[in-house]
Design a protein around this ligand. Sequence first.
Ligand code: FAD
Length: 555
Amino acid sequence: MNPIPFSVLHRTEHLEKIRNSSFDLVIIGGGITGAGIALEASSRGLKTCLIEKNDFASGTSNKSTKLIHGGLRYLKQFEIGLVHESGTERAILNHLAPHLVVPEKMLLPLIEGGSYGKTLTSLGLMVYDFLADVNEDDKRKMLDKNITLKKEPLLDDQFLLGGGYYTEYRTDDARLTIEILKQAAAFGASILNYLEMKSFNYTDSKIENIECIDHNTNEQIIITATNYVSATGPWVDIIRKKDVSLNHKRLHLTKGVHIVFPYEKLPIQQSIYFDVPDGRMVFAIPRGKTTYVGTTDTNYSGSLDRVVTTISDVNYLLLAINGMFPSVKLTVDDIESNWAGLRPLIHEDGKDPSELSRKDEIFVSDSGLISIAGGKLTGYRKMAHRVVETVLKTVSKEKRETIKDSFTDTIALIEPALKSAEDVSNYIMTLEMRLNALGMHDPYYASYLCATFGKQADMIIERTKSIVPGSPEERLIRAELWYAIHHEMTNTLADFFVRRTSRLYFDITSIKKNIDIILEDMAQYLSWDHDRMNTEKDQLQQLIFDATHYYETEF
Ligand code: FAD
């Protein structure tokens, strides 16, 4: 039987199925961790359900630095296993989605009086190349001052000594999450957003089912399974409290902020990873029409549902960036957008935020709740494997025999797949030609479409033909919405502008231009009345406000 289409237009059918099924596994939380588990479990043959209380990737998995790390910084903490795992995972992910996990050359400037000298940097990068199993193209190089300045003329000539040159991989975290969920759905998993787990019911001290609320209708839904996994990131302890299983092992939340400048305000030629006076490292990464800078790392105890950027976060990052590129003289007024997210790390007594391990850990409660905390975007596949292996310990021998070995290292994240960097650049050229024919001559859109939708962009371009009249930009964005509604479970205006297209962070002006036309289209597709339209607009305006303002304190 074909799975129910992954579309909000089929939400009632999804709910019916979820209500009437008994699952092998229910996953609470639709960030990267939950998504990875859903794909691992469903592809191996477990009857899987995933629920998300808000939109997919609306928690931390939309607020990261958006890198598939090789884990260079873990070297400093001697987390050798983590460096190795991160290094090998990024090669696999690049292979599975070469348009979405893309090599990004990173320049490490060596500055007089900086934290790392030439020998230490060279040695560190060499050890890293070895541990992370870095391929020949990506291996580190040490650069002299002149070549470093050629690579990045905005660096301060006066104090520059040279540079280290190595490779990270960039991605888009929300996009990665959504593509993995779409693949899990294709393997038959039932996956729904705006469905919140509220409480557990027990029989003989074991979880019998969970009570959830559908945020679209306020209806209560009971979901039954033999195994329950909480992949709720910063909310893991809240769910453990509901299960009365919170013990001495607990989360330690730290906040990380990124700020985004229009590219012309910070026109770096390439990504830079530089140290700041307090010994931490900060990234500056060009992306499309912008350059983004981050991150901070501070202890956090505010609201989990509204994480904002404070004035002191912004000042920290401005000081860092102006220190490294003194000619740019950036101020708060130059910032176009920002995001703030929470790292769900595991508490270790006496450690500062930046010293806490990024390793993941699994907790299993007496009631059977399996919680996973910590970890990185980069390690999602391995984390998923560890969780599913934990689940499999509890299933019967007969059931275990029906479960396949893990093969997510061979599942392309998008069908039809682009298979190599060459495929990707050829496809971008094709898109450029097709967009030209549509009247769109800015090459930005071809790269944007490819990075966001991969080859699924074909469907979007095809759709523009039936959207007339309108400017080419308008027709394209409306076609994107059509796709996101029909194939990506887009349920709110913010889902589209924030998680499906990343416009809130990387093209905020396009929201102001298109909000009304997109709202009208969504209202048509989803039969919204005026009240719903107003609520949707207000909710998006709130997110735009937070992305463009800085607060005295946390909420
Ligand atoms: P989340 O993404 O937060 O997902 C948890 C989900 O659970 C949320 O969507 C939430 O709504 C849902 N939920 C909660 N309660 C319920 C409930 N009751 N019912 C249903 N759903 C519920 N990693 C990298 O590899 N590379 C990076 O460059 C990188 N940079 C980072 C920078 C920053 C500033 C931060 C904060 C993290 C960074 N990370 C990075 C780490 C990475 O982003 C996180 O480890 C990862 O996103 C966590 O994903 P998650 O799915 O565990 O949590």
